[in-house]
Ligand binder design. Structure first.
Ligand SMILES: Cc1ncc(COP(=O)(O)O)c(C=O)c1O
Length: 405
C-alpha cells in the first residue's frame, strides 16, 4: 500500500467530533450512535400467513411443510433438484456435514484460523482436531495448493478440510473439487455469510440464516450438496441418525430446523430482491468513498457482483484497534469480526497450527464498519470521513476547518 500513514493516536477530540458531525446537522455533533449492524428480519405481519399455516397443520418440526417448501425454494434458486437440507443453525450444519462426510474421529480438520470460532467448534463437535492453516492474502481464504502441500508434509492424519468463505466472498469450488479428487480428503465449505454467492456443488456448502446474515431466520442454516447419497446421510446426521426408521444408523445430532424458523426464512425470501438491492447500494457507496483513500483497502472482491451484509476494510500499520477506538469516540460502532484469528482464542490455544503471518496481519488490520440495510449515503459518508480524518491528520484539520469556517 502506498503512502502509509500511521493513525495519529492523539488526535484532537473536538476536531474528530467535528468531522463525525460534518454530514449531519451543518457541522453539529450528532448524538446518534451508528451501529455496526442492525438486523432487520421480516415483520410480524409478513410472517403471520406462515404462522397461520402452522396453526392449521399443527406440524411444528421434523420436516414439516414449511421446511419442505423452504428447501424446495432454495433448491430451485440454486438450479438443482432437492439439493438443500435446512438446519437449526449453521454451526450444527457444519458438524452434521463433517459427520456425513465420515471424517475419522480424532483426525485433523484443516481450516483457516481466519474465521469465526463457530468453524473450529463445529469440527470439535464432530470429534475432529482443528488444525489452523494460514490464508491467501489475495482471497482471505485457504489456497488449495498450499493446503495440498501442507497435507503432504503433515505427520498425522488429515480427515477433512473446512474451507471458509471470507464474509461471503465466492469460493473456487472447482479447485476444491480437484483437491478432493487428488487427495481423497473430504472438503466442507463454511459459507456462513455466502447466501448471495452459494452455488450448487457436490462439495457441501453450509450457509447461516442467523439474524445478522443478509437472509435471516433468527437462527437457522442450510447445507447444499448435489450428491444425493451425501444429502441423505446429511439428513440422517441432522436427525439422530435415523434413515428410514427410528433406528440410529450413524453418528448424529438433532440439527433440524423448526417450522417457525422456516416461516421467517420464507417471509424473508419474499423480500430478498429489495434487501439485496439495499446491500448493493451500500457496497457502492463504501466502494466509491474508500477506493480513493490510498492507505485503506477493501476486502478482496468487495463490490464485484456480490453482497454479504458486512463491510471490512484493511487499515495501515496494524491499526484496527486504534481506528476502532477513534470511530467509537465519534459515535461510530465497528467490529473486529474475527478478532485476531481462532488460534488466539483461549478455547483453541491448544490446537496445532502452521505459520500464520497473513492471519496475524489481517487480525491486526481488518475492521468491520457499520453496514445495515436501511443505511443511507450520509451514514456511509460519516464513517468514511472519520476514517479518512483518523488516517490523514491533515485532512482532519481541513475538514474541521470547513465545519468551523
Ligand atoms: C464463518 C462463520 N462460520 C459459522 C458461523 C455460525 O453460524 P450460526 O450462527 O448460524 O451457527 C458464523 C456466524 O456468523 C460465521 O461467521
Amino acid at each position: 500500500m502506498a503512502s502509509q500513514r500511521i493513525p495519529h493516536p492523539h488526535i484532537n477530540k473536538p476536531q474528530l467530533y467535528a468531522v463525525a458531525g460534518l454530514r449531519t446537522h451543518s457541522g453539529r455533533i450528532t448524538s446518534n450512535v451508528l451501529p455496526v449492524l442492525r438486523p432487520w428480519l421480516p415483520s410480524a405481519a409478513e410472517i403471520l400467513p406462515y404462522l397461520e399455516m402452522i396453526d392449521a397443520q399443527r406440524w411444528y418440526s421434523n420436516g414439516g411443510p414449511l421446511v419442505t417448501r423452504l428447501e424446495q425454494h432454495l433448491s430451485t434458486r440454486l438450479g438443482a433438484a432437492d439439493c438443500v437440507v435446512t438446519t437449526a443453525n449453521e454451526t450444527v450444519g457444519l458438524t452434521a456435514a463433517l459427520l456425513a462426510r465420515r471424517a475419522p474421529e480424532g483426525s485433523f480438520c484443516l481450516m483457516p484460523s481466519w474465521t469465526f470460532v463457530a468453524t473450529p467448534h463445529a469440527a470439535r463437535a464432530a470429534g475432529l482436531v482443528p488444525w489452523f492453516h494460514d490464508v491467501d492474502p489475495g482471497t482471505w481464504a485457504l489456497d488449495p495448493e498450499a493446503v495440498s502441500d501442507t497435507v503432504r508434509r503433515l505427520p498425522g492424519r488429515v480427515g477433512a478440510v473446512m474451507v471458509v468463505s471470507a464474509f461471503g466472498a465466492p469460493i473456487d469450488i472447482e479447485a476444491w473439487q480437484n483437491f478432493e479428487n487428488d487427495t481423497g480428503i473430504p472438503v466442507v465449505i463454511d459459507g456462513a455469510a455466502a447466501f448471495d454467492t452459494v452455488r450448487a456443488s457436490r462439495i457441501p456448502i453450509v450457509v447461516s440464516l442467523h439474524a445478522t446474515k443478509i437472509l435471516g431466520a433468527g437462527e437457522g442454516g442450510f447445507v447444499v450438496t448435489t450428491d444425493p447419497e451425501l444429502r441423505d446421510r446429511l439428513r440422517a446426521a441432522c436427525n439422530f441418525g435415523f434413515v428410514a426408521s427410528r433406528r440410529a444408523m450413524l453418528p448424529a445430532l438433532n440439527a433440524k430446523m423448526s417450522e417457525y424458523h422456516a416461516a421467517v426464512a420464507l417471509a424473508g425470501l419474499a423480500r430478498w430482491p429489495s434487501i439485496r438491492a439495499q446491500h448493493v447500494q451500500i457496497t457502492e457507496w463504501y466502494g466509491a468513498a474508500i477506493r480513493p483513500l490510498a492507505c485503506v483497502a477493501l476486502q478482496p472482491g468487495y463490490g464485484e457482483g456480490w453482497v454479504s451484509g458486512t463491510t471490512s476494510v484493511v487499515l495501515p500499520g496494524k491499526s484496527a484497534a486504534t481506528v476502532a477506538d477513534i470511530l467509537s469516540r465519534c459515535g461510530i460502532d465497528s467490529r473486529k469480526w474475527w478478532g485476531e484469528g481462532c488460534h488466539a482464542q483461549p478455547a483453541f490455544a491448544d490446537c496445532p497450527h502452521g505459520p500464520l503471518p497473513v492471519t496475524e496481519e489481517l487480525g491486526a488490520s481488518v475492521l468491520g464498519l457499520p453496514h445495515f440495510p436501511e443505511m443511507q449515503r450520509p451514514d456511509v459518508e460519516r464513517v468514511t470521513d472519520v476514517l479518512a480524518a483518523a488516517l490523514y491528520s491533515r485532512s482532519i484539520e481541513c475538514l474541521a476547518e470547513r465545519v468551523s469556517g
